[in-house]
Structures are given as C-alpha cells and as structure tokens.
Write a protein that binds this ligand. Structure first.
Ligand code: URA
Length: 283
C-alpha cells in the first residue's frame, strides 16, 4: 500500500478505536457473514438485545426499547421477555387516529375481566399532538368515576409535576397501560395488560411524542418488556419506535415516599432538557 494511504488508514483506525467502533464493526461483520444484515431484527431479537441491561452508544438504536445511554457498560442480566412486545409495525393501521382507537375499544369493552368492576373506560386525555406523553398503570377509583386518568391524589401530584416543568396538563397527553380500573387498585395482571396494551401502543403510534414518560414499574416494564425493577433503569433513556422513553417513579409512590421526589425531579429535568424547556434557575 502506498505509504501515505497507509498512514491515513492507520490514523483512521486509531480514531475508530477511540470511538470504540471496533467491536461494533466486528459484530456487524459477523452478522453479515451469516447473511443476517439484510433482515430487520425481529421484535423478540430487539427486545432481547435491548432490555435495560445492555448499554448502547447514544443514538445507535431506533427500535423498541433499545437503550440509548452513553454510559460505560455496567454488568446486568439480560432479561428475555415472557411475552413478545406488541409490535407497532405489525399492528400499524393506516390513518389511525385516537378517535378510531376509541371506537375500536368501543363503549362496552369486555375483552378482559376488568370490565366487570369498571364504571368508565379511561381512554386518555390531553393534547393529541403532545410532545410528551405520561403513561400510568391503570385507573383508580376517582379515574373510574370520572373517566379521566390521574384525577385523584396521585393525579394532583402529577399535575403539579407537569406544572413544575412549565407545562399545563392540556399540553401533554396522559394515559394508562390498562383502561379499566383493577379491583381494589391492584396491579393490572398479565392477561389484562396483554389485552389492553395494544391500544396504548396505537395511541403512542398516533401521537408520536418526542418523549414518553413511564410512571411506575407496571408502565415501564410493559413498555420495555422487562421484569427488572424500575430502580435499575429509572432516569435512563431508551428508544421506543423513535420516541425517547424514560421511566420514573409513580406519583402514588411519591405520596408514600416523599424523599423520592428529588429523584423524580431529576428525571423531569432531563425531559425538560430534551423538550427544550427552560430549566429553573439555581438559587
Ligand atoms: N394511577 C395510575 O396509574 N393511573 C391513573 O390514571 C391514576 C392513578
């Protein structure tokens, strides 16, 4: 090889190594050699490679749940989901809209056992073009009575959190993993989540927010298809079909554990930074 080309090539390789492109390049080459590179990864592959544990280079992933933290790798177990995530690509409906999703659910949905105890289906509320969507777990008593998410005590705290970010409730969109109240405010069960979450996926597909904020483990675990505890990945960024996803503690947890508010406020400030909202001046 011509010496000047060789020197340039060596400099480039050193640069690539500094950027840690080496292993990435080798992995890709391995995949290509077995003829996989032309195939998009399946949802299961994405999820298996993506669940909170494996840290990836910021911005490298665009698939559901792919981690986009730029932190140094930390050892963590890979969690393979028991249920494949509802695929936005398979379920994608031409010209979908929030009205159509509401109509598809229908006024008297009986698809899961939660219908037995509900008063109202709690579809979701807010700006259909919101840049920020909050996803809770499921309606409580007040929400069931009023047909609107997050209107009880936890909801009032959520409203305060939204206002602390310099937004109003009507600027964001608020919805839940399940649309009917679980009895005695228990956690939604697997079958209920599996039945109802495709509607949430469609809502997010229609709104296409810049940021999705999962409130609490049920929401975070459903969206990221993981069984890991929320404290393992709270405050970190993931990519969810092109939206940035972050999980934080549920406002109901904050009511029981007020010191955790400072952690949540850090997460909200991260969201504000992404949305270009002015951060409060340090006193
Ligand atoms: N908790 C939730 O997760 N959702 C609500 O709508 C209300 C309380």
């Amino acid at each position: 090889m011509d010496p000047s080309n060789r020197a340039r090539m060596e400099a480039w390789l050193r640069y690539a190594e500094d950027l840690r492109l080496g292993p990435y390049y080798r992995d890709r080459a391995t995949q290509e050699s077995v003829g996989q590179s032309a195939q998009p990864p399946t949802e299961a592959e994405i999820v298996a490679s993506a669940t909170p544990p494996s840290r990836a280079i910021a911005g490298a992933g665009t698939a559901a749940g792919r981690h986009t933290s730029a932190e140094a790798p930390k050892p963590a177990p890979v969690v393979i989901p028991a249920v494949a995530s509802p695929s936005l690509f398979e379920e994608k409906i031409e010209n979908d809209s929030l009205e159509r999703i509401r109509t598809d659910i229908g006024p008297n949905c009986t698809r899961c056992k939660l219908h037995k105890g509900r008063t109202n289906i709690v579809f979701g509320v807010g700006n259909p073009k919101a840049q920020l969507v909050f996803v809770g777990e499921g309606p409580g008593r007040d929400e069931d009575m009023q047909g609107e998410p997050f209107v009880g005590r936890a909801g009032k705290l959520l409203t305060q959190m939204i206002e602390a970010m310099g937004l109003r409730r009507q600027d964001v969109y608020i919805c839940n993993v399940v649309k009917c109240r679980p009895p005695e405010n228990r956690l939604p069960e697997k079958d209920e989540i599996a039945t109802c979450s495709p509607y949430l996926v469609r809502q997010l597909g229609v709104i296409q927010p810049k940021v999705i904020c999962c409130l609490g483990s049920c929401s975070a675990q459903t969206m990221l298809q993981t069984t890991q505890g929320i404290s393992r990945f709270r405050g970190e960024w993931f990519d969810y079909h092109g939206s940035k996803l972050i999980a934080t503690y549920h406002p109901a947890y904050l009511l029981r554990n007020p010191p955790a508010k400072s952690e949540v406020w850090k997460d909200l400030q991260k969201i504000m930074a992404v949305l270009g909202l002015e951060l409060p001046k340090k006193k």
